[in-house]
Design a protein around this ligand. Structure first.
Ligand code: AMP
Length: 281
Protein backbone atom coordinates (compact mmCIF):
# COMPACT_ATOMS: atom_id res chain seq x y z
CA UNK A 1 0.00 0.00 0.00
CA UNK A 2 1.23 3.45 -0.86
CA UNK A 3 0.55 6.75 0.89
CA UNK A 4 0.13 9.59 -1.57
CA UNK A 5 0.46 13.18 -0.39
CA UNK A 6 0.32 15.20 -3.60
CA UNK A 7 -2.69 15.67 -5.86
CA UNK A 8 -0.52 15.46 -8.96
CA UNK A 9 0.96 12.10 -7.89
CA UNK A 10 -2.51 10.77 -7.10
CA UNK A 11 -3.70 11.91 -10.51
CA UNK A 12 -0.81 10.13 -12.24
CA UNK A 13 -1.43 6.88 -10.36
CA UNK A 14 -5.11 7.00 -11.36
CA UNK A 15 -4.34 7.86 -14.97
CA UNK A 16 -2.05 4.86 -15.22
CA UNK A 17 -4.64 2.55 -13.64
CA UNK A 18 -7.29 3.72 -16.08
CA UNK A 19 -4.91 3.31 -19.03
CA UNK A 20 -4.47 -0.30 -17.92
CA UNK A 21 -8.22 -0.76 -18.02
CA UNK A 22 -8.59 -0.92 -14.24
CA UNK A 23 -11.61 0.46 -12.40
CA UNK A 24 -11.03 2.77 -9.43
CA UNK A 25 -13.10 2.87 -6.24
CA UNK A 26 -12.80 5.85 -3.90
CA UNK A 27 -13.78 6.02 -0.23
CA UNK A 28 -13.60 9.64 0.98
CA UNK A 29 -13.06 9.92 4.76
CA UNK A 30 -11.79 12.29 7.41
CA UNK A 31 -9.80 9.48 9.04
CA UNK A 32 -10.11 8.14 12.60
CA UNK A 33 -11.30 5.08 10.77
CA UNK A 34 -13.77 2.66 12.34
CA UNK A 35 -15.78 -0.35 11.19
CA UNK A 36 -18.26 1.97 9.44
CA UNK A 37 -15.54 3.28 7.16
CA UNK A 38 -14.12 -0.22 6.73
CA UNK A 39 -17.51 -1.54 5.59
CA UNK A 40 -17.33 0.98 2.73
CA UNK A 41 -13.77 -0.10 1.93
CA UNK A 42 -14.77 -3.77 1.83
CA UNK A 43 -17.69 -3.18 -0.50
CA UNK A 44 -15.58 -1.05 -2.83
CA UNK A 45 -12.89 -3.72 -2.84
CA UNK A 46 -15.48 -6.19 -4.14
CA UNK A 47 -16.47 -3.84 -6.95
CA UNK A 48 -13.33 -2.03 -8.10
CA UNK A 49 -9.83 -3.09 -9.17
CA UNK A 50 -8.01 -0.28 -7.36
CA UNK A 51 -9.17 0.98 -3.95
CA UNK A 52 -8.25 4.47 -2.80
CA UNK A 53 -9.12 5.77 0.68
CA UNK A 54 -8.78 9.50 1.06
CA UNK A 55 -8.04 10.77 4.54
CA UNK A 56 -8.47 14.50 4.86
CA UNK A 57 -9.98 16.49 7.71
CA UNK A 58 -11.61 19.06 5.48
CA UNK A 59 -11.45 22.50 7.12
CA UNK A 60 -14.12 24.07 4.92
CA UNK A 61 -16.87 21.81 6.24
CA UNK A 62 -16.33 22.94 9.83
CA UNK A 63 -17.86 26.17 11.11
CA UNK A 64 -15.70 28.66 13.05
CA UNK A 65 -17.06 27.40 16.39
CA UNK A 66 -16.88 23.72 15.46
CA UNK A 67 -14.46 20.95 16.38
CA UNK A 68 -11.94 21.10 13.50
CA UNK A 69 -8.99 21.36 15.90
CA UNK A 70 -10.36 18.68 18.23
CA UNK A 71 -11.34 16.27 15.45
CA UNK A 72 -9.51 12.96 16.13
CA UNK A 73 -6.47 12.41 13.89
CA UNK A 74 -4.25 9.32 13.83
CA UNK A 75 -2.83 8.73 10.37
CA UNK A 76 -0.48 5.92 11.46
CA UNK A 77 -3.37 3.91 12.90
CA UNK A 78 -5.56 4.63 9.86
CA UNK A 79 -2.79 3.50 7.54
CA UNK A 80 -2.43 0.22 9.47
CA UNK A 81 -6.16 -0.39 9.13
CA UNK A 82 -5.99 0.31 5.40
CA UNK A 83 -3.05 -2.07 4.99
CA UNK A 84 -5.06 -4.77 6.79
CA UNK A 85 -7.95 -4.17 4.37
CA UNK A 86 -5.59 -4.39 1.39
CA UNK A 87 -6.32 -0.87 0.28
CA UNK A 88 -4.11 0.11 -2.65
CA UNK A 89 -3.59 3.82 -1.91
CA UNK A 90 -4.24 6.18 0.95
CA UNK A 91 -4.53 9.72 -0.35
CA UNK A 92 -3.71 12.03 2.56
CA UNK A 93 -3.03 15.52 1.22
CA UNK A 94 -2.08 18.50 3.40
CA UNK A 95 -4.63 21.29 3.65
CA UNK A 96 -2.77 23.65 1.31
CA UNK A 97 -2.52 20.90 -1.29
CA UNK A 98 -6.31 20.97 -1.76
CA UNK A 99 -6.76 24.60 -0.72
CA UNK A 100 -3.96 26.87 -1.94
CA UNK A 101 -4.16 30.18 -0.12
CA UNK A 102 -5.75 31.92 -3.11
CA UNK A 103 -8.36 29.19 -3.77
CA UNK A 104 -11.74 30.83 -4.27
CA UNK A 105 -13.91 28.41 -6.23
CA UNK A 106 -16.62 26.56 -4.35
CA UNK A 107 -19.15 23.90 -5.30
CA UNK A 108 -22.55 24.21 -3.71
CA UNK A 109 -25.72 22.21 -4.05
CA UNK A 110 -27.85 25.12 -3.01
CA UNK A 111 -31.31 24.33 -1.66
CA UNK A 112 -30.55 20.83 -0.39
CA UNK A 113 -27.58 22.18 1.56
CA UNK A 114 -29.59 24.88 3.29
CA UNK A 115 -32.02 22.52 4.98
CA UNK A 116 -32.01 20.36 8.13
CA UNK A 117 -28.31 19.84 8.99
CA UNK A 118 -27.55 22.94 6.93
CA UNK A 119 -29.64 25.07 9.30
CA UNK A 120 -27.50 23.98 12.25
CA UNK A 121 -24.25 24.05 10.26
CA UNK A 122 -24.37 26.81 7.66
CA UNK A 123 -21.72 26.28 4.99
CA UNK A 124 -21.08 22.68 6.06
CA UNK A 125 -22.33 21.01 2.88
CA UNK A 126 -20.66 23.63 0.68
CA UNK A 127 -17.39 22.45 2.24
CA UNK A 128 -18.33 18.82 1.64
CA UNK A 129 -19.33 19.25 -2.01
CA UNK A 130 -16.28 21.40 -2.70
CA UNK A 131 -13.84 18.85 -1.33
CA UNK A 132 -15.62 15.85 -2.86
CA UNK A 133 -15.61 17.58 -6.26
CA UNK A 134 -11.84 18.12 -5.90
CA UNK A 135 -11.34 14.45 -4.96
CA UNK A 136 -13.47 13.32 -7.91
CA UNK A 137 -11.44 15.53 -10.26
CA UNK A 138 -8.12 14.23 -8.94
CA UNK A 139 -9.05 10.53 -8.82
CA UNK A 140 -11.77 10.31 -11.50
CA UNK A 141 -13.10 7.20 -9.74
CA UNK A 142 -15.34 4.68 -11.42
CA UNK A 143 -17.30 4.50 -8.19
CA UNK A 144 -17.27 6.24 -4.82
CA UNK A 145 -18.81 5.01 -1.58
CA UNK A 146 -20.58 7.06 1.08
CA UNK A 147 -22.44 6.03 4.23
CA UNK A 148 -26.15 6.25 4.87
CA UNK A 149 -25.03 7.49 8.31
CA UNK A 150 -24.74 10.94 6.74
CA UNK A 151 -28.03 10.67 4.88
CA UNK A 152 -28.35 14.29 3.79
CA UNK A 153 -24.74 14.30 2.61
CA UNK A 154 -25.45 11.22 0.46
CA UNK A 155 -28.46 12.87 -1.18
CA UNK A 156 -26.44 16.03 -1.82
CA UNK A 157 -23.47 14.17 -3.32
CA UNK A 158 -25.78 12.29 -5.66
CA UNK A 159 -27.40 15.55 -6.73
CA UNK A 160 -24.01 17.19 -7.31
CA UNK A 161 -22.85 14.23 -9.40
CA UNK A 162 -25.98 14.45 -11.51
CA UNK A 163 -25.95 18.24 -11.83
CA UNK A 164 -22.24 18.56 -12.67
CA UNK A 165 -22.23 15.39 -14.78
CA UNK A 166 -19.44 13.66 -12.93
CA UNK A 167 -18.86 10.25 -14.48
CA UNK A 168 -18.89 8.36 -11.19
CA UNK A 169 -21.25 5.83 -9.68
CA UNK A 170 -22.23 6.80 -6.13
CA UNK A 171 -22.84 3.96 -3.68
CA UNK A 172 -24.66 4.65 -0.44
CA UNK A 173 -24.04 1.89 2.10
CA UNK A 174 -25.81 0.94 5.35
CA UNK A 175 -25.07 2.38 8.79
CA UNK A 176 -22.76 0.24 10.92
CA UNK A 177 -23.66 0.27 14.62
CA UNK A 178 -21.98 -0.79 17.84
CA UNK A 179 -23.51 -3.56 19.95
CA UNK A 180 -25.45 -0.99 21.99
CA UNK A 181 -27.07 0.34 18.81
CA UNK A 182 -25.10 3.59 18.68
CA UNK A 183 -23.97 4.36 15.12
CA UNK A 184 -20.20 4.27 14.76
CA UNK A 185 -18.69 7.72 14.47
CA UNK A 186 -15.19 9.10 14.81
CA UNK A 187 -16.61 11.55 17.35
CA UNK A 188 -17.80 8.73 19.68
CA UNK A 189 -14.26 8.48 21.04
CA UNK A 190 -14.87 11.81 22.80
CA UNK A 191 -17.86 10.50 24.82
CA UNK A 192 -17.36 9.67 28.50
CA UNK A 193 -18.89 6.33 29.64
CA UNK A 194 -21.92 8.19 31.07
CA UNK A 195 -22.35 10.15 27.85
CA UNK A 196 -22.10 6.94 25.88
CA UNK A 197 -24.98 5.57 27.97
CA UNK A 198 -26.97 8.72 27.15
CA UNK A 199 -26.19 8.35 23.44
CA UNK A 200 -28.10 5.06 23.39
CA UNK A 201 -31.28 7.10 23.48
CA UNK A 202 -30.67 7.97 19.82
CA UNK A 203 -31.02 4.44 18.37
CA UNK A 204 -33.82 3.90 20.91
CA UNK A 205 -35.66 6.87 19.38
CA UNK A 206 -35.22 5.48 15.87
CA UNK A 207 -36.54 2.09 17.02
CA UNK A 208 -39.52 3.70 18.75
CA UNK A 209 -40.42 5.44 15.47
CA UNK A 210 -40.05 2.21 13.53
CA UNK A 211 -42.28 0.37 16.00
CA UNK A 212 -44.93 3.10 15.83
CA UNK A 213 -45.02 2.76 12.06
CA UNK A 214 -45.20 -1.02 12.28
CA UNK A 215 -48.25 -0.54 14.48
CA UNK A 216 -49.88 1.47 11.71
CA UNK A 217 -49.15 5.03 12.87
CA UNK A 218 -48.94 7.24 9.78
CA UNK A 219 -49.20 10.81 10.98
CA UNK A 220 -45.84 12.48 11.31
CA UNK A 221 -46.61 14.17 14.62
CA UNK A 222 -47.42 10.84 16.26
CA UNK A 223 -44.24 9.23 14.92
CA UNK A 224 -42.18 12.18 16.14
CA UNK A 225 -43.81 11.93 19.57
CA UNK A 226 -42.80 8.28 19.80
CA UNK A 227 -39.23 9.11 18.79
CA UNK A 228 -38.98 12.11 21.14
CA UNK A 229 -39.78 10.14 24.27
CA UNK A 230 -36.44 8.31 24.73
CA UNK A 231 -34.53 11.43 23.70
CA UNK A 232 -36.28 13.66 26.21
CA UNK A 233 -35.78 11.08 28.95
CA UNK A 234 -32.01 10.93 28.35
CA UNK A 235 -30.08 13.04 30.87
CA UNK A 236 -27.78 15.59 29.28
CA UNK A 237 -28.98 15.02 25.73
CA UNK A 238 -30.03 18.05 23.75
CA UNK A 239 -32.01 17.50 20.55
CA UNK A 240 -30.76 19.63 17.69
CA UNK A 241 -33.38 18.38 15.24
CA UNK A 242 -35.69 15.43 14.76
CA UNK A 243 -37.30 15.46 11.33
CA UNK A 244 -39.21 13.20 8.99
CA UNK A 245 -38.45 13.85 5.34
CA UNK A 246 -38.89 12.14 1.98
CA UNK A 247 -35.95 9.77 1.41
CA UNK A 248 -35.01 11.17 -2.00
CA UNK A 249 -35.85 14.88 -1.86
CA UNK A 250 -35.49 15.54 1.91
CA UNK A 251 -38.79 17.47 1.83
CA UNK A 252 -40.81 17.47 5.05
CA UNK A 253 -43.75 15.07 4.95
CA UNK A 254 -47.11 15.09 6.77
CA UNK A 255 -47.93 11.42 6.43
CA UNK A 256 -45.66 8.41 6.12
CA UNK A 257 -46.61 7.27 2.62
CA UNK A 258 -43.45 6.44 0.69
CA UNK A 259 -39.84 5.86 1.78
CA UNK A 260 -39.16 8.33 4.57
CA UNK A 261 -36.10 9.21 6.62
CA UNK A 262 -36.21 10.03 10.29
CA UNK A 263 -33.17 12.25 10.80
CA UNK A 264 -31.83 13.11 14.22
CA UNK A 265 -29.00 15.30 15.44
CA UNK A 266 -28.35 15.61 19.15
CA UNK A 267 -25.69 17.02 21.39
CA UNK A 268 -24.30 14.97 24.27
CA UNK A 269 -21.86 17.18 26.17
CA UNK A 270 -19.92 18.90 23.42
CA UNK A 271 -20.22 15.96 21.03
CA UNK A 272 -22.75 16.28 18.24
CA UNK A 273 -24.18 12.97 17.07
CA UNK A 274 -26.10 12.20 13.88
CA UNK A 275 -28.24 9.21 13.12
CA UNK A 276 -31.17 8.24 10.95
CA UNK A 277 -33.43 5.41 9.92
CA UNK A 278 -35.27 4.73 6.71
CA UNK A 279 -38.95 4.05 7.32
CA UNK A 280 -41.52 2.52 5.00
CA UNK A 281 -45.25 2.56 5.68
P1 AMP B 1 -16.30 10.74 7.79
O1 AMP B 1 -14.91 10.25 8.03
O2 AMP B 1 -17.09 10.95 9.03
O3 AMP B 1 -16.35 11.90 6.84
O4 AMP B 1 -17.04 9.55 7.05
C1 AMP B 1 -16.54 9.03 5.84
C2 AMP B 1 -17.61 8.16 5.23
O5 AMP B 1 -17.91 7.09 6.10
C3 AMP B 1 -18.92 8.92 4.98
O6 AMP B 1 -19.45 8.55 3.73
C4 AMP B 1 -19.78 8.47 6.12
O7 AMP B 1 -21.16 8.51 5.84
C5 AMP B 1 -19.31 7.03 6.29
N1 AMP B 1 -19.62 6.56 7.64
C6 AMP B 1 -19.36 7.21 8.81
N2 AMP B 1 -19.87 6.50 9.84
C7 AMP B 1 -20.44 5.40 9.33
C8 AMP B 1 -21.13 4.29 9.89
N3 AMP B 1 -21.34 4.17 11.20
N4 AMP B 1 -21.61 3.34 9.05
C9 AMP B 1 -21.41 3.45 7.71
N5 AMP B 1 -20.77 4.47 7.12
C10 AMP B 1 -20.29 5.43 7.91
Amino acid sequence: MEIVRRAQSMREVCKKARANGRTIGLVPTMGALHRGHLSLVRRVKELADVVIVSIFVNPTQFGPEEDFDRYPRDLARDVDLCIAEEVDFVFAPKVDELYPSDAETIVECQALSARIEGVSRPGHFRGVTTVVAKLFNIVEPTLAAFGQKDAQQAVIIKRMVRDLMFDVEVLVLPIVRDEDGVALSSRNSRLTPEQRETARAIPAALNAAREAIEQGVKHVDRVLEAASEPLEAAPGLEIDYLELVGADDLERVEQIQGPTLLLVAARVGDVRLLDNVRLEP
